[in-house]
Design a protein around this ligand. Sequence first.
Ligand SMILES: [Zn+2]
Length: 411
Amino acid sequence: MTSRSGPVVRCAAVSVLAAIVVTSGITMDSTSADAVPVLSELNVERSAAKIAELLQQRSETVLNADVDAHMATLAPSAGPSVWATESRLVFGAETIGLVTYVEALAEPVVDLSPPGANVIDGNRAITLEIKRTMRIGDFDERDHISSLFMTFVHVDGAWKLHGDHALSSIGLAGDRELWELYDTEIVRRETVVVVGTASRARLTALADLTEDAIDRFERSWPWPWAGRVVVMVPARSEELERLIQPMIDVSKFVAFTTLSVDRSEGWFVVAPRIVAQEGNLALRSPARQIDILVHELTHMASVTASGPATPLWAHEGLAEWVTAGRPSSNKGALELPDLHLFRTGSSAEIRQVYDQAADTMQRIAGSFGDEAPWELFQHIGAAVRVAGTNDHILDRALRAVTGFTLEELTR
Ligand SMILES: [Zn+2]
């Protein structure tokens, strides 16, 4: 049985938003006549400004851990699950030590309300994309950015939060953190913070294993990295799926590193997280769990240098090569693995392409030096706004690092 690990891509903000704008236009037109004025008849700008104020107030109540003031931002129509999530948000922020928490309207401001959802209990309502920015103190070197699709309702002259599930039926559930979705325990050390729904004993064991993995990783990774890591441990697979909203069969994998990209201003890889697939990870020996964590730590240290043209073989090849202690060999031509198999292959095929990717990095190191695989990874990732296919970008990066073309290296 093969269980490999890999980055999860989520949050394709711009392409998703484009689809929504169209849907929303149809929605507004088809909303049935109602005694309550729909938002298009109101001063949308003024409403957005008032909602922005509410979001600022909410951001402050989270950072101040003022749960009463925070719950006062909820509408009477907000259900029990919204109350539970929102109170966990405030307590979780304090326990995990958020030093940044900002909710803001995503630009451009577009009413995303689904059909019939412009009115709740006789009050005007609107659904908007909210961009959240947060940082865990001492751990996040850069912002962790995600989106929620929040519905606000106008009650007694003020906008309040009704909920964030209006668009989940069309696949836009928004990104909630594990500590918001469930009651969690947190184990905090100097270099690792583990957040999970697994038992405290298991979370403590994982913190120990991660510390050991960091020691080993640093012997194999001579380049700069943050030195600290956040590990999420959903105990059950349904919790894992709710957290990372995967487009792959998670049962084939043991752990993930999130690769979320904020495209609002180009290409910004947000602070990554390691996420355990406990159903598989906990069954492994401690030594094997450390191997897996070293693999994920390589993703942690490298994903922020990845770009839109970085192929999966480069992500997985680098991680496997570092986990193996950066071996080198210079036998034969490079053989690039079939990219589709990394996610959709059988377990045996997935194992094969991971090995092939590691072998590719090993050969690059053997022929062009120990620095070459990481240099190549950075060159490919730096091509953010470059014309040309991914093969063209890879070819250019290979020429810069090795002096040879893709064709010369693979024939
Ligand atoms: Zn991986």
